[in-house]
Design a protein around this ligand. Structure first.
Ligand code: HEC
Length: 384
């Protein structure tokens, strides 16, 4: 006789959570998919919180008190399981009960720490401005630890489901869709006929198990995305005085006066506003040359530079540059900023003297996105 085991909220929550997890992992290696990654993360958070709430509210097999058991029960179950004398539980067994609790807590912790990383490191999301970069560094460790532990739990979880399917001959995956199970007290009837012929099931189980484990490993070691499409790169976003995040609108005056006429320009997001003020204030002796401009042009350019300076930028490079400066430092070149020096410490003078590079300040030679303020690791290429 069939009995109802899983109510609709639990079934719906289970599959939505599974889908969100898949989404979160498939988008976890890409800077460009970061917005989708966080969207899936919010789903994970919402579903996990609702499920926790439901664990106290629901009746029957979905209620925590029905399946969360003390250590004694877990031990008895595990010993029986090792002896392959599995008692049958219609709901969660005592071991899986704790696995569920761990997965729910880990989901919440991973999502919350993700929010801190998103806001502190990327300066994005609802909580932009609430968390510092330092907080984000710690939050990232928590985020990664729990995220990877979740992959492990999902692999254990799916393996257990496959074990039920192939060895115990009970399709619990189907039960999670229909909500019903066969009302029996033990697996004896199901496994009594397990004989030589059933070896094939064991084999199939082993194959699926391998696929599950490899699937988990590939999620953990998913390679990062390939190089950016430089032509379609946008400047990093800046925060306006009203607090909005907008893309930088390149200034025509800046491009024509500083870019076209003289040299490759340094992206405004790479220096603090005070540096730009000082540079623009000393144009009559601009690195040894008179770059005299009309007052109007000067003002237009300075406005553009200060509005888009490192303090207003949301790029990782800007934040790291600012963090590495001491209070009161007003560097006139990015190449003397400690963060820059540290990042380029592997390069020698001989590297910069190559005809394809010429000088340190030819950022574009190694960072193809330099002109739009993009210095992603994956795009760096040191020319021959
Ligand atoms: C000769 C090649 C070369 C030149 C020229 C060069 N860089 Fe780099 N840059 C690198 C390499 C290589 C790294 C990666 C170092 C690492 O990750 O250990 C790097 C890293 C960086 C990073 C950190 C990126 C990150 O995500 O961690 C920034 C920002 C950066 N460079 C900015 C600049 C700027 C601005 C200029 C021009 C003033 C410049 N670079 C000139 C080779 C170069």
């Amino acid at each position: 006789m069939k009995v109802k085991v899983w109510d609709i909220p639990v079934r719906l929550g289970h599959w939505l959570l599974a889908a969100s997890y898949l989404g979160v992992f498939l988008t976890s290696r890409s800077e460009r998919l970061l917005e989708f990654h966080t969207l899936f993360g919010y789903f994970v958070l919402a579903i996990a919180v609702l499920r926790i709430f439901w664990g106290f509210e629901a009746h029957g097999y979905s209620r925590f008190s029905q399946f969360v058991k003390g250590w004694k029960d877990v031990k008895v179950f595990l010993i029986k399981a090792i002896k392959l004398d599995l008692p049958r539980y219609l709901g969660h067994n005592p071991a899986v009960g704790w696995l569920i609790i761990y997965m729910l807590i880990a989901s919440v912790v991973t999502a919350l720490s993700g929010i801190v990383v998103y806001s502190g490191e990327e300066n994005r999301g609802f909580f932009t401005g609430y968390f510092t970069y330092d907080a984000a560094v710690y939050a990232r460790m928590v985020h990664e630890f729990f995220a990877y532990s979740m992959v492990g739990m999902v692999v254990v979880h799916i393996s257990a489901a496959l074990f039920h399917d192939f060895i115990l001959r009970e399709n619990i995956i189907l039960s999670m869709l229909t909500g019903t199970k066969e009302d029996e007290h033990s697996y004896d009837d199901r496994i009594s006929h397990l004989g030589a012929r059933e070896g094939r099931h064991a084999l199939r189980f082993a194959v699926f198990l391998l696929v599950t484990v490899l699937g988990g490993l590939s999620l953990i070691f998913l390679p990062p995305e390939g190089k950016s499409d430089i032509a379609s790169l946008m400047s990093p976003r800046i925060r306006t005085s009203k607090g909005f995040l907008v893309h930088i609108k390149p200034s025509k005056a800046w491009q024509s006066e500083c870019g076209m006429s003289c040299h490759d320009v340094l992206h405004p997001t790479l220096l603090p506003a005070d540096s730009w003020r000082k540079i623009m204030g000393g144009l009559s002796n601009h690195f040894g040359e008179d770059a005299g401009l009309s007052e109007d042009l000067k003002k237009e350019i300075l406005d553009y530079l200060t509005v888009s300076s490192a303090e207003h930028s949301t790029s990782e490079a800007s934040m790291k540059i600012l963090r590495s400066l001491s209070k009161g430092d007003v560097p006139l070149r990015v190449t003397i900023i400690p963060f820059w020096v540290e990042k380029h410490s592997d390069l020698t003078d001989a590297d910069y003297k190559k005809p394809s590079i010429v000088s340190k300040s030819n950022c574009k030679a190694c960072h193809p996105g330099a002109n739009v303020g993009s210095f992603e690791d994956r795009d760096i290429e040191i020319p021959e």
